[in-house]
Design a protein around this ligand. Structure first.
Ligand code: AMP
Ligand code: GLY
Length: 427
């Protein structure tokens, strides 16, 4: 079959490799990703506001089904344009993707359908009202723009916002910029991501993953798109109880059901970002795609043919028989030095034969060749170890990094024994 993939980050390299196992890959790229280019039978470059060109490309190449990776492209209506032109897709409509692209819509659905795991949430359009709300309440809040911000727009009191004054200023800044701000009561605990495939009715879950969003080791510094991620052999994580995992699964399927009841059915990949502690499990965010990096962990473990899954999503015949390898994974992103603050574009050299059965290397926002890449300001290369435990998978990554050279930064603590043990202790 001819499969069209839109997107060219690390997550899309992982999707492309699954497609390439059996079928013919056609791709729409945002950067000259050498790994995706190498696998593609044909490719074109993405142009904003020119979806007709993609339709033309798809028709000319007899595309059987398309899949869109990035959130910002799900927010353009490309998926609807493809469907209107009789090109099947396994991605959500622009309207259903609002579960991610509008945090206001996500809370509206959770409020209306009384879905478990909701947090008290408040929308303000008036800066003075938002400011007095923050001033007069004795609670801390996460202050959020409504729309997409590449993982970098949310500021939390006591973390990135040091006092009420900071919080009031940030809320005012967002209202001035966007006309609206969302305040959510601050939650505490460990975060995890539960990704799933859905055809709008049946929901099939992937292993639970944890993303390391903070830039520096020991979870310090600003939030990023994600510096790395882990999954464990039993498809859960050592600090999550079975009842909590089940609760998260139920919440995700309640959201899929609510969207269907709302007349806005969701098909594609959906994931919940949850926060757990001893006593509670809360929804932090719902996203309408594979996570990046956590999507790479589960795609690396996926045993079922991805194109079969795509076709089942499109034809609404998804079955609960998607299989994953029962192994742990630890992923660490290599990013240009200064990433997230003042990134310096650079070149990275990669030795031949770096990949083994237990180590995979995915190419993200880079161009060049498989051995010499030029970075952008974004994440460059994802190294993922596969082993019986998270720590061994982490060690596999550490043992292979000498094969990559250049002026890069990476968090070494992700998946380390010390970090995982600390998280178990915290909970
Ligand atoms: P988001 O972009 O919504 O995923 O938020 C980015 C990060 O902000 C999350 O990964 C959390 O660490 C933090 N965050 C978001 N919402 C809350 C909340 N209600 N309470 C505490 N932290 C939050
Ligand atoms: N890793 C978080 C995200 O994909 O948004």
């Amino acid at each position: 079959m001819n499969i069209l993939l839109i997107g060219s980050g690390g997550r899309e390299d992982a999707i492309a490799r699954k497609i390439n196992e059996k079928d013919t890959l056609y791709s729409v790229l945002l950067n000259e990703n050498p790994s995706i280019i190498r696998m593609s039978h044909k490719y074109m470059f993405y142009e904003r506001n020119n979806d007709e060109k993609i339709v033309e490309f798809a028709k000319k190449n007899n595309i059987d089904i398309a899949f869109i990776g990035p959130d910002d492209i799900l927010n353009t209506g490309l998926n609807d344009t493809l469907l209107n032109n009789h090109i099947p897709t396994a991605s959500p409509s622009r309207s259903a993707a609002r579960i991610e692209t509008s945090k206001e819509y996500m809370r509206y659905i959770m409020n209306k359908y009384n879905i478990a795991g909701n947090v008290p949430n408040f929308i303000f359009t008036d800066a003075d009202e938002a400011k007095s709300f923050i001033k007069e309440n004795n609670k801390e809040y996460a202050i959020k723009p409504i729309g997409l911000t590449g993982g970098k727009g949310v500021m939390v009191m006591g973390t990135q916002l040091k006092d009420k004054k900071d919080a009031m200023e940030y809320a005012e800044y967002i209202i001035k910029k966007d006309g609206k701000v969302l305040l959510e009561e601050k939650q505490n605990g460990e975060e995890f991501s539960l990704q799933a495939f859905t055809d709008g009715k049946t929901v099939v879950y992937a292993p639970i993953a944890q993303d390391y969003k903070r830039l520096y080791e020991n979870d310090l510094g600003p939030n990023t798109g994600g510096m790395g991620s882990i999954t464990d052999k039993d498809f859960s994580l050592p600090f999550i109880r079975t009842d909590q995992k089940k609760k998260a699964m139920k919440i995700l399927s309640d959201i899929v059901n609510a969207l269907r009841e709302e007349g806005n059915p969701f098909s594609g990949v959906i994931y919940g970002q949850f926060m757990v502690n001893e006593n509670s499990l809360k929804v932090i965010e719902i996203n309408s795609r594979f996570a990046d990096p956590e999507g790479i962990n589960i795609l690396t473990l996926l045993k079922t043919n991805i194109v079969d899954i795509f076709l089942d999503i499109y034809s609404k015949t998804l079955k609960n028989d998607i299989k994953f390898d029962s192994m742990a994974t630890t992923l660490k992103y290599i990013v240009p030095f200064g990433y997230g603050i003042n990134p310096v574009e650079t070149e990275l050299l990669i030795e031949n034969n770096i990949e083994t059965d237990s180590l995979k290397l995915y190419y993200a926002s880079v161009s060049g060749t498989m051995n010499r890449v030029k970075t952008t300001h974004s994440r460059s290369l994802a190294l993922i170890g596969i082993a019986k435990s998270i720590y061994e998978a982490s060690d596999i990554v550490e043992q292979s990094i000498h094969k990559i050279s250049g002026n890069y930064y990476m968090r070494h603590d992700i998946g380390s024994r010390e970090m995982v043990e600390r998280k178990i202790k915290n909970l």
